[in-house]
Design a protein around this ligand. Structure first.
Ligand code: GDP
Length: 144
């Protein structure tokens, strides 16, 4: 079993496509074990994306990520990091495969609707950045 952090970014929340994105997660069998709305400050967004601080788009990305509410989730399942990234599609929606979230909903390389951790190490950091252990359910009824 593996966990990953998912974010529906401010563009997805403001365009009212939370439900459509969550439906894709559920249909793909990715279990949501934590979920909440947040509105990051610029500093919080900079801390979250610290690995990208030297990238030319860092200022723009952190401004965008702190521009409005976002929905953060923890997903759990076998091989969930790769399965969720496959469902998200390529960073640039123009390169994303048919049926992926970004291909269907993204409008821009930056405003690409969703985030997903890219490794077990980043998942651990990113989940801990937003959630404490009381906010993550231990099991779902279907697994009882
Ligand atoms: P991801 O793992 O597919 O989200 O991609 P990265 O970790 O490489 O980049 C993090 C986020 O930065 C992406 O999801 C985009 O929102 C944004 N981003 C990536 N590349 C670019 C770029 O070339 N320009 C801009 N403006 N934003 C970018």
């Amino acid at each position: 079993m593996q966990r990953t952090l998912s974010i529906i970014k401010p563009d997805g929340v403001s365009r009212n496509i939370i439900g459509a994105v969550v439906q894709k997660l559920e249909k793909s069998g990715l279990n949501i074990i934590a979920m909440k709305m947040i509105h990051m400050t610029r500093k919080q967004a900079e801390g979250f994306y610290v690995v990208h601080k030297e990238r030319p788009f860092f200022a723009s990305l952190t401004e965008f990520m702190s521009s409005g509410p976002a929905l953060v989730m923890v997903l759990e399942g076998e091989n969930v990091i790769t399965r969720y990234r496959d469902l998200m599609g390529a960073t640039n929606y123009k390169d994303a495969a048919e049926g992926t979230i970004r291909r269907e909903f993204a409008t821009d390389i930056e405003k690409n609707v969703v985030h997903g951790s890219d490794s077990t190490e980043s998942a651990a950091f990113e989940i801990g950045y937003f959630f404490n252990s009381f906010e993550i359910v231990k099991y779902r009824l279907s697994e009882k």
